[in-house]
Design a binder for this molecule. Structure first.
Ligand SMILES: Nc1ncnc2c1ncn2[C@@H]1O[C@H](COP(=O)(O)OP(=O)(O)O)[C@@H](O)[C@H]1O
Ligand SMILES: Cc1ncc(COP(=O)(O)O)c(C=O)c1O
Ligand SMILES: [Mg+2]
Length: 282
């Protein structure tokens, strides 16, 4: 399996491609990593150095890959944080080129917009770009609850609200939706839910809430979910596999008290998670 992953990159630590690429490789996937930014470290530190690339820089690399004659062997495209709408447009052009070469290729868009508590943390214009262009073009999206609310225009308080919001977003294009970090009125305070929806069916998975504050977990989650969905074509199965790996990774990170997720030290969790959780049809 070959995945074109177009995301931010950091030299130190693990967010964006620096969080997503290795778990996919550990699962046996060839990853074609295109970086939208190259920063020293993630922006959660408050200070960083490095450069933001632009649309033409992304298109140039995709052109070079196309010149190798390999686009037809690309099974999926993964995108995450978009620095500008210009980069977003380049990503959607890459998706169109891959689909032209391989109509079966899946586009998984992590619609990074913001988070509960932090609000919108992307540049002006990006939320609208995600909602009006990127999400409708995707086969799979992996919003957190804040992003689900924005994309659907529904303020989700209950599981029924979340299901309605997923259905509303599915009507705009993506058939498979994974909601991360979901907390509804039904969710116990010491727990965290994920909700997957596909073909009119919904599955919920609940894990303990760990005491940690890290970045990059969503990027790894989208990557793992794409790979497991591409292989199984079951959103429920992909939910169970991705959630178990992420939980194992974060549990190890919390135990170590680390500021960065333990992508390398906890790599066994990507292939053989130490704990699995029931996937409940809801
Ligand atoms: N404190 C936590 N405890 C347990 N799991 C967590 C915690 N934070 C994140 N996760 C797991 O990581 C997944 C993705 O993280 P999330 O914070 O939703 O990503 P994003 O960075 O995109 O908002 C969540 O769905 C959840 O399974
Ligand atoms: C450059 C960059 N990309 C991606 C992310 C994604 O982090 P998170 O998964 O916490 O949203 C961050 C967060 O700080 C970042 O700085
Ligand atoms: Mg995210």
């Amino acid at each position: 399996m070959n995945v074109l992953s177009i995301q931010s990159h950091v030299a130190y630590g693990h967010v964006g491609n620096a969080s997503a690429v290795f778990p996919m490789q550990r699962l046996g996937v060839e990853v074609w990593a295109v970086h939208t930014v190259q920063f020293s470290n993630h922006t959660g530190y408050g200070a960083w150095r490095g450069r933001v690339f632009d649309g033409p820089a992304i298109e140039e690399l995709v052109e070079g890959i196309a010149e190798r004659g390999v686009l037809a062997t690309c099974d999926g495209v993964l995108s995450g944080y978009m620095g500008s709408a210009d980069i977003g447009t380049a990503i959607l052009r890459a998706v169109a080129r891959v689909r032209e070469a391989n109509p079966a290729a899946l586009y998984c868009c992590d619609p990074v917009i913001g988070d509960i508590g932090r609000g919108v943390f992307v540049r002006p214009g990006i939320p609208e770009f995600m909602r009006d262009h990127a999400v409708p073009a995707a086969d799979i999206i992996t919003p957190n609850q804040f992003e689900l609310d924005y994309l659907s225009g529904i303020e989700t308080r209950t599981l029924a609200d979340a299901k309605a919001a997923v259905a509303a977003v599915q009507a705009s294009g993506p058939q498979v939706v994974l909601v991360t970090s979901l907390h509804t009125e039904e969710t116990p305070d010491d727990s965290i839910d994920m909700l997957a929806g596909a073909n009119g069916q919904f599955w919920r998975l609940r894990t303990p809430r760990l005491s940690l504050d890290v970045n990059g977990a969503g990027d790894a989650t989208a990557a793992l979910f794409l790979v497991h969905y591409a292989r199984s074509r079951s959103a429920g199965e992909a939910l169970g596999a991705a959630a178990a790996s992420i939980y194992g990774l974060l549990r190890r990170t919390a135990e170590a008290g680390a500021r960065e997720i333990l992508t390398v030290a906890a790599q066994e969790e990507f292939v053989a998670p130490s704990r699995t959780f029931p996937v409940e049809a809801v």
